[in-house]
Design a protein around this ligand. Structure first.
Ligand code: SAM
Length: 292
């Protein structure tokens, strides 16, 4: 009988000492403007990677690799990692960090120096988005990437905990808003956990939340995404008002808004916070079918 193969030793991840040393080497002082809070805890990285359910054949898009904490964990789990970083000093350092900590996997990394809110082309087609996102731009980044990269089928992002609650909220919930409805256009979003402040350097003042998403078909409608999103923006710009009042500007008058809402099967006295993305699509469609 042969002895069972010993399971491979876990690969080292970046802890507080390595992160501070790397930052010092390149003279980086984390900035709030770019949401630079680096993860200094290997267990948190393992937890994120496990929750992301990345398949070994996948190409993962990572936004904001920073000093590489999550990048190393993703390289262990995926076939390829495309890392989009806005900070030129961090982007330039990443390949050598990966070469030092994962020499065998260094060829599986592409670093793209770019603003993730503007990127429209990547060196490989990503199927998953996994990122510890810069907090001030987390929602627009996710929406931009879901719009421009239809190859993204699923993902897991770390954002401010209250933003995570907004992204996953359903109609009728206090936290339901534009991020929830627009996110639901592309995907099913689910909260996948809360992360404390002490696993970061520097430590933020608030907890972080994990949001897992799976892409799905958008609602079937003749209205375009832009047309549906215009209704959502108008409804939540005045979220305390009835839809009849909130959509008056968009429809060309309150009476017109009421006509579209009735045609869409939506109560004109309801508020935008109680209807789902399918109802928003029906409202947008009511307007375009009246004008064709
Ligand atoms: N992934 C690293 C980690 O977990 O330690 C760093 C995460 S840190 C919260 C956010 C990272 O996003 C920083 O490296 C920052 O420079 C980068 N960043 C900020 N705004 C960005 C943008 N618009 N596009 C791409 N990267 C951005």
């Amino acid at each position: 009988m042969t002895a069972p193969e010993p399971s491979p030793a876990p690969q080292p991840l970046l802890g507080a000492t390595e992160i501070r040393r790397l930052a010092e080497e390149i003279g980086v002082r984390p900035t709030k403007t770019l949401g630079q809070n680096f993860v200094i805890d290997g267990n948190t990285i393992r937890r994120i990677v496990a929750a992301a359910k990345v398949d070994p054949t996948e190409t993962v898009l990572e936004v904001g690799p920073g000093l590489g904490s999550l990048t190393l964990g993703l390289l262990d789990a995926a076939a390829r990692v495309v890392a989009v970083e806005i900070d030129p000093v961090l982007a330039a350092k990443l390949p050598s960090t990966v070469a030092a900590f994962r020499p065998a996997l260094a060829g599986n990394l592409d670093v793209v120096l770019s603003d993730a809110m503007r990127v429209t082309e990547l060196p490989a087609e990503p199927t998953a988005l996994v990122a510890n996102l810069p907090y001030n731009v987390a929602v627009p980044v996710v929406l931009h990437l879901l719009e421009h990269f239809p190859s993204l089928k699923h993902g897991l992002v770390m954002v401010q905990d209250e933003v995570a609650d907004r992204m996953v909220a359903g109609p009728g919930s206090k936290t339901y808003g534009v991020p929830s409805v627009k996110g639901a256009w592309y995907s099913q979003m689910r909260k996948a956990g809360v992360i404390g402040m002490n696993v970061f350097w520097p430590a933020p003042k608030i907890s972080s939340g994990l949001v897992e998403f799976t892409r799905r078909e958008p609602p079937k409608t003749h209205a375009s995404r832009e047309e549906v999103f215009a209704v959502i923006d108008a409804a939540f710009a005045q979220r305390r008002k009835t839809l009849r009042a909130a959509l008056a500007g968009w429809a060309g008058g309150a009476a017109q808004a009421e006509t579209y809402l009735r045609q869409a099967g939506v109560d004109p006295s309801a508020r935008g916070e109680v209807i789902d993305v399918i109802a928003y699509a029906r409202i947008a469609e009511a307007k375009i079918s009246a004008t064709v």
